[in-house]
Write a protein that binds this ligand. Structure first.
Ligand code: FAD
Length: 495
């Protein structure tokens, strides 16, 4: 069982290095600094050529607006946020010296690249006699603290969730009462956010993102309030219906740390008496996030290598044209195209549809899960190394606690079940909007004359399906049988 983190009282000016924690509420690094005296706040746009996962386009858009929002909150408190671009190992010590900091404080991160970077930065600071404090708040429980009975990391969700759920998850800390800027900061220069050029060059794309999101802590709190009031009660059932606003849409806010998982955890638990099933399901999803981060912390190669080595030599195809059609939402399978176009328009896709488009890519098209992951990384506003890699490995069947590797989602059955009236499809594939419910899920099965009644000619107004679903499923099972030969288990069943 874990108790709340306690820190010795500090004194003197502090430098707080902010990363994915652009919030005032439950920000232990800010809380600690505020209690110890004057402070300066720093955000670094990292430029490390060795970083295999530089920010994708949608993440850069989000970061720009999230920083704008945080800067404006801080300005109202007379606090400046220093912006710098480059290598933290150099920038953090330089600024700490310039402002005469007694200590540098940052909230812990657990991604492998961040762990190495933080270690190097800490060493550089300590070598100069500057103390470093690293409280935790990105996750409910530190991945190093949750262990199986034999002391190892978890590989299976259910026992992990049980172990995590029984930990004493610290209560969130409130916003600091008062924050005072260190006087020595007055002459220190900061980059201008506009000079970082984080916004995309294609304004149309940014327009869709702007219409869908309000990055920043105020936007996060607004989304949380909407979800608690309107959606939590029905969450257990509604979370699977892509046409409904049945999920929290908090994922980008959570990735950028605009709202804290501990705040969400405790406030959700407090509502258990009102809507028990919604609460339990939502808490379980927060634990899936924990699990993904736990897996990544213990398997640093998860974004590139299958967690199950028997998938290492899987015969993936290379087919750029097929991949491009998938990315553009031109596969000819309406639910897939709706999902991929939602991703492009909003920078986000409903979880059920992420699973359907993912299965189509890796099973029906036999294209590598890493390619799908890379596209999501570039286009999702919630792109998150751990959640993305865990999601794709789960879909491909090569993850730790993955879907059975022989499961091939049937997109037509999924669409009929989870979007029966085709509302989601009509929203994102408007060229099919006129079709009746019984034809919208698989228009190629409708007689051409019937299609013509609604003014739609396949091949002209909407593509024919790029693969035959039954044949491509059989091809996937044949390829997967190579894996099953190695395990001795036959491919079976379909969803
Ligand atoms: P809600 O249903 O409201 O859930 C609340 C929170 O729980 C989410 O915001 C998220 O932080 C967490 N969560 C929910 N489901 C999952 C899950 N399956 N795994 C991990 N955490 C979860 N999520 C990301 O945040 N970033 C990604 O890059 C990402 N890539 C994915 C790729 C694939 C192929 C798949 C199948 C899933 C991926 N997910 C990813 C998980 C999930 O789809 C999103 O977290 C969810 O759709 C976000 O919407 P929401 O905030 O409304 O979720």
């Amino acid at each position: 069982m874990l108790g709340p983190m306690t820190h010795p009282p500090l004194s003197g000016p502090s430098l707080v290095w902010l990363r994915c924690d652009l919030r005032l509420d439950d920000n232990p690094a800010l809380d600690l600094a505020a209690k110890s005296g004057p402070m300066a706040l720093l955000f670094i746009l990292e430029e490390d050529p060795a970083d295999p996962w530089p920010l994708g386009g949608a993440s850069r858009w989000w970061l720009h607006h999230s920083l704008c929002s945080f800067e404006s909150t801080l300005r109202s408190l007379d606090i400046k946020l220093f912006l710098r671009r480059g290598t933290p190992q150099q920038i953090v010590p330089d600024l700490a010296i310039s402002m005469g900091a007694r200590q540098v404080i940052w909230n812990n991160r657990h991604e492998p690249h961040a762990v190495a970077r933080d270690k190097a930065t800490k060493m550089a600071l300590e070598a100069m006699g500057i103390a470093v404090h690293v409280p935790s708040s990105a996750l409910l429980v530190d991945p190093q603290h949750v262990r199986t009975a034999s002391g190892g990391p978890f590989r299976v969700f259910t026992p992990f969730a049980k172990a995590c759920g029984s930990c004493d998850i610290p209560q969130p800390v409130p916003c600091p009462d008062a924050m005072v800027m260190a006087p020595a900061c007055a002459d220190i220069v900061s980059d201008r956010l506009e000079d970082w050029k984080l916004l995309p060059r294609t304004p149309d794309w940014a327009g869709g993102l702007r219409d869908s999101w309000q990055p920043g802590e105020a936007g996060a709190l607004k989304a949380w309030k909407r979800f608690k009031t309107d959606a939590l009660n029905d969450y257990a059932a509604a979370r699977d219906i892509p046409a409904q606003n049945g999920t929290s849409c908090l994922s980008p806010h959570m990735h950028w740390g605009e709202i804290s998982p501990r705040r969400l955890w405790h406030e959700t638990q407090d509502m258990a008496h009102i809507c028990a099933s919604g609460v339990q399901k939502f808490l379980a999803e927060l634990l899936w996030r924990e699990f993904a981060h736990h897996l990544l912390a213990h398997n640093p190669l998860m974004p590139t290598e299958p967690l199950q080595p028997r998938f290492k030599h899987f015969p993936w195809r290379q087919d750029k044209e097929a991949f491009d059609r998938w990315t553009r939402g031109q596969t000819g399978i309406p639910i897939i195209d709706a999902g991929m176009r939602q991703l492009w328009q909003m920078g986000w896709m409903h979880n059920r549809v992420r699973m359907i488009v993912g299965s189509f890519l890796v099973k029906n098209l036999l294209l590598p899960w890493q390619d799908g992951q890379a596209w999501f990384w570039d286009t999702l506003v919630d792109a998150d190394l751990a959640n993305n890699a865990a999601g794709w490995q789960w879909i491909a069947g090569c993850g730790a606690d993955a879907a059975p590797y022989f499961r091939v989602f049937n997109p037509v059955l999924q669409s009929t079940k989870f979007d029966p009236a085709g509302i989601y499809i009509r929203r994102f594939v408007p060229e099919l909007a006129a079709l009746p419910d019984d034809s919208i899920h698989a228009p190629w099965q409708a007689p051409p004359l019937r299609m013509a009644e609604f003014g739609i000619v396949l091949g002209r107004d909407y593509p024919f399906p790029m693969v035959d679903l039954a044949q491509s499923r059989a091809r996937a099972l044949a390829a997967l049988s190579l894996v099953s030969v190695q395990t001795g288990k036959p491919p079976q069943s379909r969803l």
